[in-house]
Design a protein around this ligand. Structure first.
Ligand SMILES: [Zn+2]
Length: 273
């Protein structure tokens, strides 16, 4: 996705006093140093969301919007981050993908909804994306790329405007171009944890990997695939193994929960062909 940063606005958002805060970024009260405040993150998110809406075809189906939103909100309710108003948006596109931007904006493509076979799998991918927001992965990536010294200069008003604009543009594109292996592992882990807490069958996470691997066999282009997880097979296999190990710690009762295949298939029949 091409997102052109509206530099002047972003510039204005980051300039107001950045303050140091240690925020909860995961289950069990895991903390991290976060320099971009929740208010600033919300402002950034609104900017990104506007651009995404301007550049994409939003899928306007009330039944689907309610369904996706209801699944998303049920996971947010058991997550470790509720200081945002999460929105769940469906984009009409053949891309087999889903993503989240700062501020609690979660998107899924109809191409991925087509590949998914039951509600547990949809809940799994939604929970994975919510986990990126909870863990503030985009925000942390932005901080990494900009660097502490530049952030400090921004706070103190010492950075040259040229240096700032360049740094922020680089930071934003990096924040949106995919996450590290460590962040993906974290989102997989938190994702399974939250989706189970929300009452879904956490096995949906494995089903999701399987469906996508199947859909991918024969495809020639890696780029449209879910966060590029199939760009490198060993990494995908490692992710599947990690999730399987995590799932083995749940009781048979949890792992036998209904995956709501029928309900999902009814919804799927409504999707545009
Ligand atoms: Zn991810």
């Amino acid at each position: 996705m091409k997102i052109k940063a509206r530099l002047s606005i972003i510039f204005g958002i980051l300039l107001p006093a950045l303050f140091l805060s240690c925020a909860t970024t995961g289950p069990g009260g895991e903390k991290d140093l976060i320099l971009i405040s929740t208010e600033q993150e919300k402002q950034l998110g609104r900017e990104f969301d506007q651009q995404i809406r301007a550049e994409s075809e939003i899928y306007q189906n009330e039944e689907w919007n309610n369904y996706f939103n209801q699944i998303g909100q049920s996971i947010v309710a058991v997550s470790d981050r509720k200081d945002l108003d999460y929105t769940f948006t469906i984009i009409k596109s053949k891309d087999v993908n889903a993503f989240a931007v700062p501020g609690g904006y979660v998107y899924i493509y109809t191409g991925l909804l087509d590949v998914i076979e039951n509600e547990a799998q949809l809940a799994a991918v939604t929970s994975h994306e919510i986990s990126h927001v909870v863990a503030r992965h985009s925000v942390k990536r932005l901080q990494q790329v900009l660097g502490i010294s530049l952030l400090y200069q921004i706070v103190m008003g010492e950075a040259s405007s040229q240096a700032l604009e360049t740094a922020i543009a680089v930071g934003l594109s990096a924040a949106l171009s995919g996450y590290s292996r460590e962040y993906e592992r974290e989102a997989d882990e938190y994702g399974v944890f939250y989706v189970e807490k929300a009452g879904y069958n956490p096995e949906g996470a494995i089903g999701l990997f399987n469906e996508m691997q199947e859909a991918h066999s024969g495809a020639s282009d890696d780029r449209n695939f879910f966060e590029n997880i199939f760009a490198s097979h060993p990494e995908t296999q490692e992710r599947i193994n990690n999730v399987k190990e995590q799932l083995s710690q749940y009781s048979q009762e949890v792992r036998n929960r209904d995956k709501n295949r029928d309900r999902y298939q009814q919804m799927k029949a409504l999707l545009p062909q």
